[in-house]
Design a protein around this ligand. Structure first.
Ligand code: HDE
Length: 719
């Protein structure tokens, strides 16, 4: 197979160089108006006399206030709350035989990127920890133009057809009469809609799972969701599903913790991303592809065009082709994270669409929404959206046009401009759409091949460990428990029953309701590929996958366990053992994790050796939900903490959220007050060391932490 004919410049710094010319810094500069006039007094209006009325001619005030009055733009209609960062994408295993995309041709090639992560339902100022899907958008500034991979942290979607999207969003957003609740799906209109849309069954299982409450934006997978096409230099097409796999593994918090974090620090994810990059712990993901030859299109027991289905990795493995590293925080949130405009229709030669009816609708929506959000068809000129490849065309004018197009020609074809700018042939990098043959009737109908809504919903549920299944049951119980209309709850129980009867029973019990008898048989048609009209006869249909470990967060640690960038709370008081604190702190640092001193007061604590250790947070300003693990050092003052209710709550939450708790020496006395073990019989998530220098303690603590949580504890917790 021929290699695509491109050259591969090193683009890694190209976008930063491009942005540099737009940056402005007032250090050591005069204050000026927007017209460049130096300002002499920025504190007072221009008035007729010291106590007199203000004067209309005060252009300095008028300019300042007018700009302020207009400094908000509409927030995104969905995905309003987001956080972003700059970085690069590096090819590790090129696939030129599958795609001719210039930025994917050679190992080591680097392309600048900007990634934005978001929640979906909440407003711009809402909590990071809502139970919600997370957006996972990446803008690649390639040499052939912008490529946007606008994905989510879940591989499937609620609906199959774009026409239902406004309904879905209206249902999940705060209810229109009273704008309640904010950033939450636990309300009547959402579940009303879902209970009437069985195609959402699979996505609902993901939304009720721990995937919807990530520990960190750095610890989520990303998915392109739709099946796309990769096109090679010979114009051959392969279907492709895109996956981002986080280097740190995929981890979640628990729901009780998520709700508490929302109160203690609603910017938890945003801050975590910012701090990690600031401290040099650059988040990293591998980009993987599932490649399906055209000939295999109908080999599956579902339709590749149906966005409520995933391709189990057992059927088509994920091949890693590159990695993304985020290594630079934005300079200005509004200019970069807020003004960035993604669009699944921003593709480059070598990448193309399929007929997925959800994707097709998205191709219309994203430009359209930018017109009202960013206010002009010139939004591509905003620095963060600007391509690093040259642009020349005959589009002109419009609000806020930046480019100064010279010459008299703004049409094509032309002779006055020498026929320029001219069209590119395919060999010159001109984009052509894949020449898919289509022979069809115009029809407004759902394909039969989209009608199995339950097989994969059940596969997802059966792929979870009992702990995760229990979390799903509890999430349903919480969400439906907040629904006020009984008929909606019952209708949902009917849907859950079609996924798994025992799950429906569990949820029904907490709702004090009975699982309805109807519908009598699952709506699962188990359709084969022969339901697809006009397709070729398949040779075989691959055996459906019943369970898939790749769908499971606990059982499927695809990465080497690590505690890099994790935070440990040191529960301290004056009189604490310096040795106990410093030993573990130093060992954590070696593993790129960090210990934080929490004490009854800010300032410094005095250790048993009269050393002063700076306090990071007091028990008033910190809470264990903001940390990954807790350590209680030995020392005199520790026992006094047993009378501090904030300390007891701190430890109780850590225990309840299955966090690793370590202690040394007399620290166990504090544990006993909190009643975590009967007569010292602690569970495996409580690590006890000996302050006199037990060499294994730190390693035991670190190893336990690298498992994220001690989930077995949940079996004994009555919640
Ligand atoms: Fe979006 N979506 N979406 N979406 N979407 C938007 O575009 C839309 C869908 C996704 O960080 C909007 O600029 C329709 C699937 C992300 O700026 C809007 C349909 C997936 C983001 C829009 C979908 C996504 C958006 C709102 C169904 C995962 C945030 C603001 C036909 C594959 C991008 C904006 C960012 C944003 C429309 C479904 C992901 C209104 C019509 C499926 C990550 O254009």
């Amino acid at each position: 197979m021929k290699k695509a004919n491109t050259n591969y410049p090193n683009l890694q710094d190209k976008k930063q160089e491009d942005l540099q010319s737009e940056k402005s810094d007032g250090t050591n500069k005069f204050l000026t108006t927007n017209q460049g006039v130096k300002i002499n007094d920025d504190n007072n209006l221009l008035k007729a006399g010291e106590r007199g009325p203000s004067l209309l001619e005060d252009f300095i005030f008028r300019e300042k206030m007018t700009h302020f009055d207009h400094e908000r733009i509409p927030e995104r209609i969905v995905h309003a709350r987001g956080s972003g960062a700059h970085g690069f994408f590096e090819v590790t295993n090129p696939i030129p035989e599958i795609t001719k995309a210039g930025f994917l041709q050679e190992a080591g090639q680097k392309t600048p990127v900007f990634a934005r992560f978001s929640t979906v339902a909440g407003s711009r100022g809402s909590t990071d920890l809502a139970r919600d899907v997370r957006g996972f958008s990446v803008k690649f500034y390639t040499q052939e133009g912008i490529y946007d991979l606008v994905g989510n942290n879940m591989p499937v979607f609620f609906i199959q057809d774009a026409n239902k999207f406004p309904d879905l969003v209206h249902a999940v957003k705060p209810e229109p009469h009273n704008e309640i609740p904010q950033a939450a799906s636990a309300h009547d209109t959402f579940w009303d809609f879902i209970s009437l849309m069985p195609e959402s069954a699979h996505m609902i299982m993901w939304l009720m799972s721990d995937r919807a409450i990530p520990r960190s934006l750095r610890m989520m997978e990303g998915f392109g969701v739709h099946t796309f096409r990769f096109i090679n230099a010979e114009n051959e097409s392969h279907f492709v599903k895109l996956h981002w796999k986080p280097k740190l593994g995929t981890h979640a918090v628990v729901w009780d913790e998520a709700q508490k974090i929302s109160g203690k620090n609603p910017d938890f994810h945003r801050e975590d991303l910012w701090q990690a990059i600031d401290m040099g712990n650059f988040p990293e993901w591998e980009l993987g592809v599932q490649i399906i030859p055209e000939a295999d299109e109908h080999k599956f027991d579902f339709d590749l065009l149906d966005p409520t289905k995933l391709i189990p990795e057992e059927l088509v493995p994920v091949a890693i082709i590159g990695r993304m590293v985020l290594n630079r925080n934005p300079d200005n949130f509004f200019a970069e994270t807020e003004q960035i405009a993604f669009h699944p229709g921003h593709v480059v030669p070598g990448i193309d669409f399929t007929n997925d009816p959800l994707l097709q609708g998205r191709l219309f929506s994203y430009t359209d929404t930018q017109l009202s959000r960013l206010g002009s068809p010139n939004f591509h000129e905003i620095p963060i959206n600007r391509t690093i490849s040259p642009t020349h065309n005959n589009q002109r004018d419009g609000h806020m046009r930046q480019e100064i197009n010279t010459g008299r020609v703004s049409y094509y074809p032309n002779s006055l401009g020498g026929g320029c700018p001219y069209q590119a042939m395919i060999a010159e990098g001109g984009f052509t759409s894949f020449n898919e043959r289509i022979e069809a009737h115009k029809i407004r109908e759902r394909s039969e091949s989209f009608s199995d809504h339950f097989t994969q919903a059940r596969m997802f549920y059966l792929s979870q460990t009992p702990i995760e299944q229990n979390h799903i049951a509890k999430a349903f119980s919480f969400e439906l428990g907040k629904v006020e209309t009984t008929a909606i709850r019952i209708r949902m129980l009917g849907i859950i029953k079609l996924i798994d009867a025992s799950l429906a029973e569990k949820v029904a019990e907490t709702l004090g309701a009975a699982v309805p008898e109807y519908p009598e048989k699952p709506m699962n048609q188990g359709i084969g590929a022969d339901a697809v009209p006009g397709k070729q006869e398949p040779k075989e249909i691959l055996e459906p996958v019943m369970t898939s470990d790749a769908l499971n967060m606990i059982k499927n640690p695809t990465v080497t366990p690590t505690i890099a960038s994790r935070k440990v709370a040191f529960v301290c008081n004056d009189g604490v053992s310096e040795k106990s604190v410093m030993n573990l702190k130093n060992e954590l640092l070696k593993m790129d994790a960090k210990g934080f001193i929490i004490a009854p007061h800010l300032g410094f604590i005095t250790t048993d050796t009269d050393a002063l250790i700076p306090v990071d947070f007091s028990f008033l300003t910190a809470s264990s939900v903001l940390f990954d693990a807790v350590f209680i050092p030995a020392g005199d003052g520790i026992n006094n903490l047993s009378e501090n209710n904030n300390v007891i709550e701190f430890l109780t939450d850590a225990y309840k959220h299955c966090k690793i708790i370590g202690t040394e020496g007399n620290g166990t006395e504090l544990l006993d007050v909190t009643n975590f073990g009967k007569e010292g019989d602690y569970d495996g998530g409580i690590i006890i060391g000996d302050v006199s220098g037990d060499p294994d303690f730190a390693m035991q603590f670190i190893t336990a932490m690298s498992g994220h949580r001690y989930w077995d504890r949940e079996a004994v917790l009555v919640l």
